[in-house]
Design a binder for this molecule. Sequence first.
Ligand code: ASP
Length: 351
Amino acid sequence: MEESLKTYEEYFSQAVEVRMRHYEKEGRLQHVMLSHQFSISLMEELFDIADHVKEMTRKPNGIEFLKSLLCHKKAMLYFTQPSTRTFLSFLTACQMVGMDTGEVRDPSLSSEYKGESQEDGVRVFSSYFDMIIMRDPKPGFCEYMAYLLDSTGRSVPIMNGGSGKDQHPTQALLDLYTMHRSFQKTGGIPKKRYAFVGDLLRGRAVRSSVMLLSQYKDVEMEFIAPSSFQIAADLEEYLLSQDVNIHKTDNLESVISSVDCIYMTRIQDEYDLSGESNLIDYSKYSLTPDNVSRMKKNSIILHPLPRRHEISPEVDADPRAMYWRQLRNGVYIRAALLLYVFNVAHRLKEY
Ligand code: ASP
């Protein structure tokens, strides 16, 4: 007898390891849902592809060649939660490898307005497109959609472009790619001290990046936040189970001169229930030319952006400020991921 479809709750009562198995096909990633899916070796493979892509975009015939690789594929960008960078970065990455794109950003202009469920909408996209790139405020929505689509027998790869407070795996990949490139001359990602500053409870970028980073040898992590926005208990438990050396504090000054990387974040007040963000003095969690001058010479500053006041614009000119470069790296690593998922990255050698 055929197994009946699991409800949302039943689906998420399964362990992450069980769910992850659904997201692979013939030994490679089919759906990109969670940071957990990226091992160090897969990340390094993607970093190499991204380096190649970056190099090729410097020459007109490289640009032409890249465009030929996926000119037979189409991607749907379904972004029902606000986005500037991730949306444009995916769009640019698709264009870079020749993919045509469609988009829905405002559900009130789609048939959802007429009462169509999001599930049916996603099923429509899978009939017209070869991939769905999706951002949604509900944690786990992309995962559940991947499961439902697989059960229809007409599945196309889904990429998670940010799912509520939960996961943002491609942000994590671009963060790690930036660390990898920045630390190329100083021994790479392992054996360094990383500080994460700001709203660590609700920021999905930190959550996802920390999970990737925890796989590297001897990394230390400092979490700097007001106590009400410190990392969630499940993330702390996960890091401890991975034997990561972690410290929590609300004092940025106490660590600023000893870390190799500071990852800044904004307050995620869109998730406030009753204005809890207004109670925080955020100036204590900010970078200015004054405190940046106490950072190590070869250290780096990252930020997933958008920023508000947590990094003063005067810091942008400091050679340690990597966040604009981080943003550009996002396009290369997302293009790399598209080439990988459609299994054409090996064709880069033909160029
Ligand atoms: N752009 C990142 C995200 O979508 C970070 C942020 O919004 O603060 O999670």
